[in-house]
Design a protein. Structure first.
Length: 207
């Protein structure tokens, strides 16, 4: 009787294992399809091209200058730890206050090429950190100036109403902090007046 019971239990276990294997075999294509779908979804989330408008201000030698920036970049390489983008960095800067003695920059229009090394992070809130470098041409509208003695007899700068356009080298370096909802905090050091380093802080959105 014991042999019959033992044999029956063995048959039941064998049948259960066989049924589970059959179910797993049937679900294997579905699981593979689901995994492939997830991989495709992740690939779709990775941007091969983005446009990033931002608004903020600069300070330093300029003291205060409202700034509008527009970055347009395309993915060109995938390295071990970062994605590499190249594209354009276009800015509009209006100088409200400045402390540079001499001709006074009024409006700057930097037209630059840029390179971005984008490092993904495991953090849910902060999605990635991007190191960017830019260089190009800075179109600067200057307020014309002349010198004359002040009330103490010392020479001082005064400014005309007319403006003049000059070209200088434009440059910049900084980081992009990409948060959830594609909100971007762009921090950097830009050339002001073609020479002086200026801190720039802008907040934008990455499309």
């Amino acid at each position: 009787m014991r042999k019959v019971l033992i044999f029956s239990v063995i048959l039941m276990l064998f049948g259960t294992l066989s049924a589970e294997e059959a179910v797993n075999a049937e679900n294997a294509p579905e699981n593979a399809a689901a995994t492939e779908s997830q991989n495709e979804s992740k690939a779709e989330k990775q941007k091969i091209f983005y446009i990033q408008p931002a608004f903020g201000f600069g300070t330093g030698f300029s003291i205060f200058r409202p700034t509008i920036s527009l970055d347009a970049d395309i993915l060109v390489a995938k390295l071990a730890k970062s994605d590499v983008y190249v594209g354009l960095d276009l800015d509009f800067r209006y100088i409200v206050l400045q402390q540079v003695i001499g001709p006074a920059p009024k409006v700057e229009l930097p037209l630059q090429a840029n390179t971005v090394f984008d490092f993904a992070t495991p953090n849910v809130v902060l999605k990635s950190v991007g190191l960017w470098l830019s260089a190009g041409v800075d179109l600067i509208f200057y307020r014309g100036d002349y010198r004359r003695p002040d009330k103490n007899g010392e020479m001082d700068y005064y400014y005309d109403a007319h403006d003049s356009l000059r070209c200088f080298a434009a440059w910049g370096i900084g980081i992009d902090l990409l948060f959830e909802k594609n909100i971007v905090l762009k921090l950097g050091i830009d050339g002001f007046g073609g020479i002086y380093p200026d801190l720039t802080v802008t907040l934008g959105y990455r499309f």
